[in-house]
Ligand binder design. Structure first.
Ligand SMILES: NC(=O)c1ccc[n+]([C@@H]2O[C@H](COP(=O)([O-])OP(=O)(O)OC[C@H]3O[C@@H](n4cnc5c(N)ncnc54)[C@H](O)[C@@H]3O)[C@@H](O)[C@H]2O)c1
Length: 315
């Protein structure tokens, strides 16, 4: 039997936006990385810089089918994350979260690997409390067009906790809030990518409503720090733990900041607000601060500058 000396990790969804940053960081920290992705919403370009590394392997595979590999850690990120992507094939989205969780938890059970689930703030649905704490059970519509994502992720959380209680699998759940940075998909319909693309093309920046609604954005490097810290916690730490940036900013301010950073000639135009657009979205990260000693450190303006550099190259 081969004796492994380096730590090994399987990253599902590893060629997506967050997954590619996580793979890079793990390879840089002397970890053997197996990146598993079916390229549904991810791209090979996101991991092109890793393909020559002897410590990185890409496997094209759909997590809804079983997979076997001997690894120490599993980061389960596979799932399209933007509404445009996850609503394109909603049945597949639910299967990815639910069958994907079952397959990866089965693998963790057989191999004894630790496993981390990338859950989402969307498990809180249209929240009635602000900011959201982990003990809030959420307000989710089970039959709406967002349910394939929200309910799929909620069911995955259930499976993670049951595999932990019933089979003593070393599970960890993080609930990720809005994250941004280089390698976001330019057409994913999210605020920052939309504004970046419009600004760099000097097109009107479209704000839904009057722009007074607030959001909070976490830079991807900060998030990756937290994912790695969570994986390193004691086996008794299962989460769920909120991960995100609690500093709120209005959408109008984000638009102005992006115009300034990209030195764009874009005007700002206002269109009707969609019915389900939440007024506020903000994580309570007290648990992450206490359990992981983590808080996001990068200022939005600096993160947006780095993101703009990426979009300039892509567009
Ligand atoms: N980006 C955010 O703001 C955010 C917020 C909350 C939660 N998350 C979660 O983080 C994870 C990564 O999100 P992201 O923003 O990098 O999205 P992404 O779409 O860029 O990455 C997801 C990756 O999963 C892959 N994938 C999808 N279905 C698959 C399947 N059946 N089998 C194998 N691979 C599959 C895609 O090809 C893609 O590479 C997701 O689970 C998402 O739900 C992200």
């Amino acid at each position: 039997m081969k004796i492994r000396t380096r730590k090994s990790a399987l990253v599902t969804g590893g060629s997506g936006f967050i997954g590619s940053h996580l793979c890079t960081r793990l390879v840089d920290s002397d970890c053997d990385v197996l990146c598993l992705d079916n390229l549904y919403s991810g791209e090979k370009d996101n991991i092109a810089h890793l393909l020559d590394s002897p410590y990185f392997e890409f496997v094209r595979h759909d997590v809804t089918f079983p997979f076997y590999a001997e690894v120490d850690e599993i980061y389960n990120l596979a799932c399209p994350a933007s509404p445009i992507h996850y609503q394109r094939d909603p049945v597949q989205t639910t299967k990815t979260s639910v069958h994907g969780a079952i397959n990866m938890l089965g693998l963790a059970k057989r191999t004894g690997a630790k496993i981390l689930q990338a859950s989402t703030s969307e498990v809180y649905g249209d929240p009635e409390i602000h900011p959201q704490t982990e003990n809030y059970w959420g307000n989710v519509n089970p039959i709406g067009i967002r349910s394939c994502y929200d309910e799929g992720k909620r069911c995955a959380e259930t499976l993670f906790m049951d595999y932990h209680r019933q089979h003593e699998v070393k599970t960890k759940i993080v609930r990720i809030f809005n994250t941004y940075g280089p390698r976001m998909h330019p057409n994913d319909g999210r605020v920052i990518s939309n504004f970046m693309v419009q600004a760099l093309q000097n097109k009107d920046i479209t704000i839904y409503g009057d722009g007074s609604q607030t959001r909070s954005f976490c830079y991807v490097d900060d998030l990756v720090d937290a994912l790695i810290s969570m994986m390193a916690t004691d086996d008794s730490v299962t989460g769920p733990i909120n991960l995100g940036n609690p500093s709120e900013i209005t959408i109008a301010e984000v638009a102005k900041m992006i115009v300034a950073i990209t030195q764009s000639k874009s005007n700002i135009s206002y269109v009707d607000i969609p019915l389900d657009d939440p007024k506020r979205r903000k994580p309570d990260i007290a648990t992450a601060q206490k359990m992981l000693g983590w808080s996001p450190s990068l200022e939005l303006e600096n993160g947006l500058k780095m993101t703009a550099e990426y979009f300039k190259e892509r567009i």
